[in-house]
Design a protein around this ligand. Structure first.
Ligand code: HH2
Length: 257
């Protein structure tokens, strides 16, 4: 899954794809490089980010979705209005970082369109989630949360076969929490749904290199983490650098097979 943030303020590609034509070109390039789907978002959820309105989000993503009509797209949103418009324009998957806790209308929209859905774990909200995240056992708590949200989604008429789960790397988690989740990923694959992992360029990868104030990590570090997540059962990788991940994961697959 390639990432296109049509935002001025995303943590690693903020501003890069803010122009709709540039965003559409980037998405086409990602698909050429081997992405199975491109995730288009109009709101940053980085630590400290401010929420934007549905109108702002729609103004950012609609021109990009229109330009990419017919291509495999996902919409990164928690808002029913944005999801509904994106699905009308042909998006196939709704990537909701609130796991259906943000907008009570969203589950109905996903069910009505028969869309795919990603349910992600987040402790707190983007504005404050990194202030002091705490868990007794991060993996057990994330697993319990995802299981509960999966049950909820199915109770709302969304087909279980259409749902993937995501531990939410960096969403209300310390560096150690993030790596423990990846280390024990098999406890999450045990939930029986495909796992999506989004660690691409995230600050934990910069912090383990010795920079305590890092805001991003490198492509090489992203690829290293993705390969080991693959070995532990992850099957969808949300990444900014598609070619590098496709090549590395093809090699990893050749080894594990
Ligand atoms: N991470 C980000 C945004 N959306 N969705 C899922 N399912 N999993 C993730 O790990 C995830 C996500 C944050 O990354 P990015 O989109 O690059 O940055 P920003 O939120 O600043 O736009």
């Amino acid at each position: 899954m390639g990432v296109i943030n049509v935002t001025p303020d995303s943590f690693s590609d903020g501003g890069v794809n803010f122009d709709p034509d540039v965003a559409a070109d980037s998405a086409r390039r990602m698909l050429d490089e081997g992405a199975a789907i491109v995730d288009v978002g109009g709101e940053s959820t980085r630590p400290g980010a401010r929420a934007v309105s549905s109108d702002v989000e729609l103004r950012r993503v609609v021109p990009v979705l229109e330009a990419l009509e017919g291509l495999p797209l996902s919409i990164d949103t928690s808002k029913s209005q944005v999801a509904a418009r994106a699905l009308e324009l042909g998006a196939e998957l709704v990537n909701d970082v609130t796991a259906l806790r943000g907008d009570p209308e969203l589950s109905g929209i996903v069910a009505e369109h028969g869309a795919y859905l990603c349910l992600m774990h987040m402790q707190g909200e983007p504005g404050t989630m990194q202030d002091d995240p705490r868990y007794e056992d991060v993996v057990a708590e994330v697993a319990r949360f995802l299981d509960e949200r999966l049950t909820f989604a199915v109770s709302q008429g969304i087909r279980e076969q259409s749902i993937c789960l995501d531990p939410g790397i960096g969403f209300g988690k310390t560096v150690e929490h993030n790596f423990e989740l990846l280390r024990r990923l098999e406890e999450l694959t045990a939930l029986g749904r495909p796992l999506l992992v989004g660690i691409s360029r995230k600050s934990s990868l910069g912090k383990i290199m010795g920079d305590a104030d890092a805001k991003t990590g490198t492509t090489a570090a992203s690829v290293g983490a993705a390969v080991l997540a693959y070995e532990r059962g992850a099957s969808i990788f949300r990444v900014h650098d598609v070619r590098e991940h496709v090549e590395a994961l093809a090699a990893a697959r050749a080894v594990t097979r």
